[in-house]
Ligand binder design. Structure first.
Ligand code: SF4
Length: 356
């Protein structure tokens, strides 16, 4: 006779939706290999030909000044700190030119909440970039959009529309951490709450922008709060269909005020598998090689993930918190191939550009 856990996994493999309580049970009591097997079967149903995609892009962090001062963040600096910076527009142009020269198709631009950078700064910046370059602007997480809405006294929709007119193409799902305010109050009381993070995403989807969604787990949250997070993402996706991908990654404690220890690869793979099993309406689950390294990321391709994320020609935020993994495009291709999969470069909207 099947155990309750086996019944839940059988149901999920058959394409039936599982409930939040069942996902919690999987996280608490599930066997890692059983979860991985189920997640991989579900991935195979959605992505039939074993293709694993990646995007060639660069993260540009336009400023490290941030008013929010989140306890888990090693990247930000106060306004007058000697290490604080705002990138000159010319520097941003140079970074974009280098990205394009390396076959890049996307710029992921995010930064701190700088009190002197207002909506007009971003409108002018995006216009200037679009005038010069044919590049997809995947920019400004809900944290920044919400901040700009408050600063400019405009609605979230008005801010998004102005940014879209200026050239914004899609939004990264950063700043979600755990979408449960009990956790956010402790980790990041100065930034957007769960309700407004979701509101920005819903509004973005309604104005026609595609977005990703992330989860930073392994700090102070409970398993229940992790499932609350997954449930919030799944419910919004039922409503809008605007999320292209989900990216869980584990808290990196080095150089942060919060400190602590990093969760194990075992826990990462378990969380990844449960994400694939529970988020039955999100097509792409991305590995986080920048926090897990290439070897665990390769294994993650058998635990529900179908996307290797991006080449990240530049990455500063996670690196500041101690993650030092770097990978070139060729290394990514080899790691995917060695896992028995077919590497393919995609664009931001998950359309295949070329296979290898
Ligand atoms: S995580 Fe983002 S919002 Fe929080 S302090 Fe760092 S840069 Fe600022």
């Amino acid at each position: 006779m099947k155990t309750l856990l086996e019944k839940i996994l059988t149901k999920a493999i058959a394409g039936e939706r599982i409930e939040a309580g069942e996902a919690l049970l999987l996280l608490e009591k599930g066997n890692l290999l059983d979860l991985g097997f189920a997640a991989d079967r579900i991935r195979q149903r959605i992505h039939k030909n074993e293709t694993v995609t990646f995007v060639v892009d660069r993260n540009i962090n336009y400023t490290n000044v941030c008013e929010s001062a989140c306890a888990f963040c090693a990247f930000y600096r106060p306004v007058h700190h000697p290490e604080s910076y705002i990138l000159e527009t010319e520097e941003i142009f140079e970074k974009i030119e280098e990205t394009i020269a390396l076959g890049g198709t996307q710029i992921l631009m995010q930064g701190g909440l700088h009190p002197n950078l207002d909506l007009d700064y971003f409108i002018e910046l995006f216009r200037a970039i679009k005038k010069r370059y044919n590049i997809h602007l995947h920019c400004l997480s809900p944290v920044e959009i919400f901040y700009l809405s408050k600063k400019s006294n405009l609605s979230i929709e008005e801010v998004l529309q102005k940014l879209v007119e200026a050239g914004l193409d899609s939004i990264p799902g950063g700043g979600a951490e755990i979408l449960a305010d009990e956790v956010r109050q402790k980790l990041s009381p100065g930034k957007v709450d769960a309700k407004n993070w979701l509101k920005v995403m819903e509004t973005a989807h309604n104005v026609g922008l595609k977005t990703t969604a992330t989860m930073m787990f392994g700090s102070i949250e409970t398993f229940t709060q992790r499932i609350t997070h997954l449930e919030a993402i799944r419910s919004l996706q039922d409503k809008t269909g605007g999320f292209t991908a989900f990216i869980p990654w584990s808290f990196q404690p080095a150089n942060t005020a919060l400190g602590g220890t990093e969760k194990s690869s075992w826990e990462y793979l378990k969380m990844l598998a449960v994400s694939r099993i529970y988020l039955d309406n999100i097509p792409n689950i991305q590995v986080s090689w920048v926090t897990q390294g290439p070897k665990v990321a390769q294994i993650a391709l058998s635990f529900g993930a179908n996307d290797f994320g991006s080449t990240m020609l530049e990455e500063n935020v996670v690196q500041a918190a101690g993650a030092s993994f770097r990978m070139t495009k060729d290394e990514i291709i080899n790691v995917i191939r060695d896992a028995g999969k077919k590497p393919a470069q995609r664009n931001t909207l998950y359309e295949i550009i070329s296979g290898f």
